[in-house]
Design a binder for this molecule. Structure first.
Ligand SMILES: Cc1cc2nc3c(=O)[nH]c(=O)nc-3n(C[C@H](O)[C@H](O)[C@H](O)COP(=O)(O)OP(=O)(O)OC[C@H]3O[C@@H](n4cnc5c(N)ncnc54)[C@H](O)[C@@H]3O)c2cc1C
Length: 436
């Protein structure tokens, strides 16, 4: 292994691996590495999500412009890539239901946003409860938004396929390798791995998911931001519920200003059904269990009290939401009753198995507000992607192409070829579609 790299990407989630995918096609002689602390790519959030290829109807085209655009183009790119790599991909649609008059208005707004974000009339339809009843007799609601252009997949498999393509193009993957220290020395980065080995790099891309803010702070970047971690838990439904509905069902979120939705009824790409995720505040991006959360409780609380997060945690609405979510973690019936409101047939007693939890890390600014869109911060030696949240997996391919193009245009990291063919796509065609 060489110890000098032109570029190092920290994080082998779907984002870091998608960036490496494009860099591999555009650079044939530069030395590039992806560093991932887990033993496989997509081990954390990218492999622990709902697996939906989201249609961009939930995203305000003003506030979540980048996520919406990337999700819109992501759908077609994943569909195409799935055929090449034999990764499961189903266009199975999603239904968003409203349970009251206020929710009906929200659905009208979602319809408008969906269209503003690129969906066409055949992709999305508002229905009254009687029309929906004919298609989905078990769903109880006031009205529904049927979104046909929404899909299901397995993002772990996609990330693996992207890693293989990247490796074929000469990208190094250092797995089981944690970046434990970074220092700038003589115009280069000295990066310590697993507290023992040292490598050097000219440029760093920080795609470290739940650790991205911490890494940015180490490099004196993004200091006005902090993050809060939320664990999304799932319950698996028994096989007898696999045909309860034809489509996954979401409900209009109770707290639309917060960066997560209410638990949904999910049909996964393999046909199995789950309920989730909730959003329980935890103290670490890896806070899957009590031990990790207890270990990180004091440092995280101190960090939050010193930052803008202080305002958020003392906010009444946030406290109400947090209590609600903690309750839904402690009590199975509290969580399942949130879905039973629109699928009354579900019997809590029949649901006994937990699914795989995933953690999202949402960024808060120094005014105590959750930042809605992705945050890009950089200088001549590093580039940081913060707040890369849902629908981050859906938009990972187009968004990564955007990042690579941005670095090139800004002269931060110039690729050898700025317009190669990248698998099934011509790089410039992706960028053209993304023009904001
Ligand atoms: C419950 C839940 C459900 C979701 N559902 C969907 C969905 O249905 N559809 C959708 O599009 N999106 C969904 N999302 C969002 C989506 O999963 C994320 O936006 C996406 O996975 C983020 O990818 P990432 O690569 O940035 O982060 P990650 O997958 O977390 O990858 C970051 C990687 O960096 C590594 N890392 C961090 N620090 C270091 C270090 N110091 N050294 C080495 N490695 C390091 C970590 O080990 C990790 O593997 C969901 C998210 C959650 C939490």
């Amino acid at each position: 292994m060489t110890h000098n790299f032109d570029l190092v990407i920290i994080g082998g989630g779907i984002l870091g691996t998608s960036i490496s995918y494009f860099l591999g096609f555009l650079n044939k002689t530069k030395k590039i590495a992806v560093i991932e602390q887990a033993h496989s790519v997509a081990f954390h959030t990218s492999g622990r999500n709902t697996g939906k290829v989201h249609a961009p109807y939930l995203y305000n085209p003003e506030k979540k412009k980048m996520f919406a655009k990337a999700a819109f183009h992501g759908y077609e790119m994943w569909e195409e890539y799935s055929k090449l790599k034999s990764v499961p991909f189903k266009k199975d649609g999603v239904i968003e239901v409203s349970l009251d008059e206020k929710g009906n208005k929200v659905l009208e707004k979602y319809l408008k946003w969906g269209k503003q974000n690129g969906l066409e009339d055949i992709d999305i339809k508002l229905m009254d409860k009687n029309e929906l009843k004919k298609i989905e007799p078990e769903i109880k609601c006031e009205s529904a938004l049927y979104v046909y252009k929404d899909g299901s997949t397995d993002y772990s498999k996609f990330t693996d396929a992207l890693m293989q393509d990247s490796k074929n193009n000469g990208i190094n993957f250092l797995l089981d390798t944690k970046v434990t220290n970074i220092k700038k020395i003589d115009g280069r980065w000295k990066i310590t791995l697993n507290n023992e080995h040292v490598i050097f790099a000219n440029f760093i891309i920080n795609a470290a998911g739940g650790e991205a803010v911490d890494i940015a702070h180490k490099l004196d970047v993004g200091e006005t931001f902090t993050d809060v971690h939320f664990r999304g838990e799932y319950w698996r439904a028994p096989k007898e519920y696999n045909s309860l509905t034809k489509t996954s069902v979401y409900s209009v979120p109770e707290y639309p200003d917060y960066p997560f939705l209410d638990p949904h009824w999910i049909i996964r790409v393999d046909g199995s059904c789950e309920i989730g995720p909730n959003a329980v505040p935890v103290f670490s991006p890896y806070g899957y269990n009590k031990t990790e959360n207890i270990k990180e409780f004091i440092p995280k609380m101190l960090e939050m009290l010193k930052s803008g997060a202080r305002k958020a945690i003392f906010d009444k609405q946030f406290q109400e939401l947090a209590i609600n979510e903690i309750q839904s973690s402690m009590s199975k019936s509290a969580m399942i009753s949130r879905v039973k409101r629109f699928l009354p047939k579900i019997d809590v007693e029949k649901i006994t198995e937990k699914g795989t939890a995933g953690i999202r890390s949402s960024v808060i600014n120094n005014e105590g507000k959750f930042v809605p869109d992705v945050i890009l911060e950089g200088d001549t030696m590093s580039f940081h992607i913060l707040n890369y949240n849902s629908p981050g997996a859906t938009g990972a391919l187009p968004f990564s192409a955007y990042v690579v193009d941005h670095l090139n245009r800004q002269g931060m990291f110039e690729s050898e070829n700025s317009d190669a063919r990248c698998g099934p796509w011509k790089f410039s065609n992706i960028i053209e579609k993304l023009a904001l």
